[in-house]
Ligand binder design. Structure first.
Ligand code: FES
Length: 108
């Protein structure tokens, strides 16, 4: 049986367009949630290049730039688009329910 788990990331009103926020969770790595012009996206928070928190980076449109070595990812797809990052980032489907933003975590 599929047991899709959803994780509350934030409220729509908590995250302004152009902002990113870290979401810690008890049972796995932290996530980052992004508001790109009113659309929400979620990825792992840890950069695939090193141990840096992407939520401390700079969100420019759909590009999150890591604050450590300035590599970057497309937050919509997780694709590594700026060197030195070369390994894509894990992304999670996002669902907005009323004022709440959830990541669908799949089966864990
Ligand atoms: S740790 Fe993110 S670019 Fe190096």
């Amino acid at each position: 049986m599929s047991a899709e788990k959803s994780l509350l990331l934030c409220r729509v009103s908590d995250l302004e367009p152009g902002s990113v926020k870290r979401v810690d969770r008890a049972d796995g790595p932290a996530l980052a949630v992004y508001n790109v012009e009113g659309s929400f996206y979620a990825t792992d928070d840890c950069c695939t290049h090193g141990l840096s928190s992407l939520s401390e980076g700079q969100l420019d449109g759909e590009l999150i730039e890591c604050s450590m070595h300035f590599g970057g990812f497309d937050v919509r797809t997780g694709k590594a688009v700026l060197a030195p990052c070369s390994i894509d980032l894990k992304t999670y489907p996002v669902e907005v329910r009323g004022d709440e933003v959830y990541a669908l975590m799949g089966e864990e």
